[in-house]
Ligand binder design. Structure first.
Ligand code: NAP
Length: 289
């Protein structure tokens, strides 16, 4: 008889597109570990009950995704130093009934960017979006890449200003500037940025996400720039395509997905994820989508 599997999962809303179950179940099976990773698509009002449910059911841990990464914080018992600093959590470990929040998005964002580290110092960076993923990206940029300025391009100025002020309250070592995406200065600023990041769901397979491009590609991209897409499903997005056509360097959201997942897997199971195998399986799944 098979042993009862230890349960892992993903808490989010509107997340049918996720590849996390395939990633974690592939890794657990390859290592002969007895875990099963499931999707819990929950309504906002059920978030506190879902977290109580982790304790009651002895669920080992969960990832937390859109739109709960920030609001989950107040229901947890403890936070890692990084999660506490950004006040956003994407990984929860249930340690004998104590729920500990981590943020592995910061690590996951930084890993694929490290090959460009020397090119980013003292340069300008722009990031679309001001949600949980943008928070993790800005934290990683501040900790590891030392750009001169990060422009936060968003459609909701109150929200982007709140994010900027939150970072500045904690640490002023990185210059942050906010700009409404619709501002005519946006295109000019983007042309001067070494790295441009899409931290919005625009272009993703998420049913509610906009499919209209964030920027008119022909007006900004040059081959000197780096495009970092955080959307991973589909693999190819208008943001990446525009950059590729201009000869810019590109990083797919799949890389961040794998690295944030590998760190979470290690927190829950104590094991190293077989990254090459996981990348191969995920690429195949995305290509046959
Ligand atoms: P979030 O907290 O909900 O934030 C989303 C941000 O995108 C908000 O600033 C939102 O603006 C903005 N936005 C949404 N639709 C937009 C549109 N049509 N035009 C302009 N801005 C728009 O979500 P998140 O957790 O930051 O995730 C953002 C994206 O990154 C998602 O697609 C997610 O799947 C992806 N992600 C990928 C990874 C990975 O491992 N590859 C990790 C984390 C996140 P408003 O506040 O005005 O709505």
């Amino acid at each position: 008889m098979n042993a009862v599997k230890k349960v892992l999962g993903l808490l989010g809303s509107d997340i049918s597109y996720t590849l996390s179950p395939l990633m974690h179940n592939t890794a657990a099976e390859a290592l002969g570990l007895n875990y099963s990773y499931n999707v819990f698509d929950i309504r906002a009002k059920d978030l506190p009950a879902a977290l109580e449910g982790l304790r009651a059911l002895g669920i080992v841990g969960v990832n937390v995704t859109i739109p709960y990464k920030e609001r989950v914080v107040k229901y947890l018992d403890a936070l890692s130093a990084e999660a506490s600093e950004v006040q956003a959590v994407n990984t929860v470990l249930n340690q004998n009934g104590t729920l500990i929040g981590y943020n592995t998005d910061i690590y996951g964002f930084a890993e694929p960017l490290k090959v460009f580290k020397s090119e980013l110092e003292k340069e300008q960076v722009a990031i679309f979006g001001c949600g949980g993923a943008a928070r993790a990206a800005i934290q990683a940029l501040r900790n590891e890449f030392k750009p001169a300025t990060v422009f936060i391009l968003a459609r909701n100025e109150a929200k982007s200003n709140a994010l900027k002020e939150d970072f500045e309250r904690r640490n002023r070592s990185l210059e942050l500037k906010t700009l409404n995406m619709a501002d005519p200065k946006t295109l000019e600023i983007l042309r001067d940025c070494k790295l441009i990041i899409n931290a919005t769901p625009v272009g993703s397979a998420q049913p509610s996400a906009s499919k209209d491009p964030l920027v008119p590609a022909e007006k900004i991209w040059t081959k000197e720039q780096i495009a970092y897409e955080l959307v991973y499903n589909p693999l190819q997005t208008p943001f990446l395509q525009g950059a590729q056509e201009a000869g810019a360097e590109t990083i797919s959201g799949l890389e961040m997905l794998i690295h944030q997942g590998a760190k979470a897997f290690e927190i829950w199971t104590g094991n190293t994820m077989p990254i090459e195998l996981v990348r191969h399986v995920l690429l195949k799944a995305l290509e046959t989508n």
